[in-house]
Design a binder for this molecule. Structure first.
Ligand code: UGA
Length: 459
């Protein structure tokens, strides 16, 4: 039976390679959050037939009505195009979606639990729903970020339930998508990581990723454990790079050096590289904080000291207080009670409406605790922030937010803030005080318009 299936698969691969026929795989993606939705839409764009399934009825209804539950540039167009071409659909009927698929991608959330570990409840639920359908071969591919050892644990479960091993493979295929550029990251990745010991599963993954392999995108086939480790180690490394540059920027603040020149001078060393050397108010989002924490817990579990990762997290927590510390200095340590502070930017970074672990939350909460009145503005993230911090003023425009403000703090790198009209800003504010926690503004221009200002690591 196994041999028959391999022969069939080899035939398909032969046809694809020699007759220029693309084999379209029937794929179900479980979980229509950030990763699931992008993955499903991009696989459909490759030509596969994709169902995105989710237990959240409201989310699926939104998608079925051609609306997007998240803000991601280019996503709506991509989804609508593939829905119209009948390659992409959305459902709450998980069982039917699993039954339909040759390849099932699990892309459910693995948020941080109270102990700082990854919460695998959604993954376990999704996996449990797949098991009854393993009466013929299905490829089970884990895209969610899961602790090292999870893939093997899933294989053990299937073995312990006595499921015929010809009917499944478990693959680890982590994602490296950045919010805001997720579609181009998917379509043109630096690498594809595929963790599986099964040759059959490798062939299925080759079929699925054919359009990228054709473009000669590097693809690493490895073990499940190595693949799971690559995901955590990559995120923790980038987070460490950020905490490092934030500390160097803080040093620049004291010495008069300019972090722009320092980052450039360091980054031109090809061993270091330019990316992720922009200092800021600390990293946020649903990935770095949770993955560094989970990795650190894995170190504890396996008795391995992951001091660097823990230090990156500690530095990041401290960095989140920098904007407020800088504000206090600029305001000569006056009480903030009844002062109006405009906070520009709520998302954890630009081009997203995601406010999870956003440094802006820390800044706003502390301003509130000190009795300040906060007027906040973000081009797209206000609605999400209202769910976390309902009791501040949300402005509809940048200039509405800054009107009458005693100080302005820039928290997110939106282009709109970069090209702010400083002349108009100077007229609208009550006091000309600016903390630019993203280094968007030119210090010379700020000086020219008479602002007291503080950037991160720039004189
Ligand atoms: C991150 C990784 O970059 C992706 O490769 C990974 O797939 C994703 O996590 C995930 O695990 O799902 P993301 O959280 O969307 O992606 O955002 P990044 O662009 O990596 O930014 C993370 C944080 O670092 C943000 O708060 C951002 O403002 C900050 N950052 C980034 C800086 O402060 N400076 C920089 O130079 C770059």
């Amino acid at each position: 039976m196994q041999i028959k299936k391999i022969n069939l698969l080899l035939l398909v691969i032969f046809l694809v390679m020699h007759c220029n026929v693309a084999y379209c795989v029937r794929i179900t993606v479980l979980g229509s959050g950030y990763v699931g939705l992008i993955t499903g839409a991009c696989f459909a764009e490759f030509g596969h037939e994709v169902i995105c399934a989710d237990t959240d009825v409201a989310k699926i209804t939104v998608l079925q009505n051609n609306h997007m539950p998240i803000y991601e540039p280019g996503l709506k167009e991509l989804v609508i195009r593939n829905v119209q071409q009948k390659r992409l659909s959305f459902t709450n009927d998980i069982d039917q979606a699993i039954a339909y698929a040759e390849g099932i991608f699990i892309a459910v959330g693995t948020p941080m639990d109270n102990a700082g570990c990854a919460d695998l409840t959604a993954l376990s639920n999704a996996f449990a729903m797949i098991i009854p359908h393993l009466t013929s071969y299905k490829l089970i591919c884990v895209k969610s970020t899961v602790p090292i050892g999870t893939g093997q644990a899933l294989l053990e479960i299937l073995k312990s339930k006595g499921i015929d091993s010809h009917y499944y493979d478990v693959v680890s295929n982590p994602e490296f998508l950045r919010e805001g550029t997720a579609i181009s990251d998917f379509m043109n990745p630096d690498r594809i990581i595929i963790g599986t010991a099964s040759e059959m599963a490798q062939e299925w993954m080759r079929l699925i990723y054919e359009p990228l392999l054709e473009k000669r995108i590097p693809c690493i086939f490895t073990t499940i454990e190595s693949s799971e480790t690559i995901k955590y180690a990559s995120n923790a490394f980038l987070a460490t790079k950020l905490s490092f540059i934030n500390e160097i920027a803080n040093l620049c603040d004291q010495t008069g050096a300019d972090i722009f020149d320092v980052s450039k001078g360091m980054g031109l060393d090809s061993r270091i590289g330019q990316a992720f050397l922009k200092p800021g108010p600390g990293f946020g989002g649903s990935c770095f904080p949770k993955d560094c924490s989970a990795l650190s817990q894995m170190g504890n579990k396996f008795g391995v000291a992951l001091n660097v990762v823990q230090a990156a997290l500690k530095t990041n927590e401290e960095q989140k207080y920098k904007p407020l510390q800088k504000l206090r200095v600029l305001m000569k340590h006056e009480s903030l009670t009844d002062k109006t502070i405009a906070v520009l930017g709520l998302a954890f970074k630009g081009n997203t409406d995601d406010v999870r672990y956003s440094p802006a939350i820390v800044t706003i909460e502390n301003l509130k605790n000190e009795g300040a009145q906060v007027k906040a503005y973000d081009p797209v993230a206000s609605e999400n922030m209202k769910k976390i911090v309902p009791d501040i003023i949300y402005s509809h425009s940048l200039y509405e937010a800054v009107s009458g403000a005693d100080a302005v703090i820039i928290m997110t790198e939106w282009d709109e803030f970069k090209y702010i009209d400083l002349g108009l800003l100077a007229e609208l504010v009550k006091q000309k005080i600016v903390v630019d926690a993203r280094n968007l503004l030119d210090p010379r221009e700020l000086k020219k318009f008479g602002f007291s200002y503080s950037l991160i690591g720039r004189p």
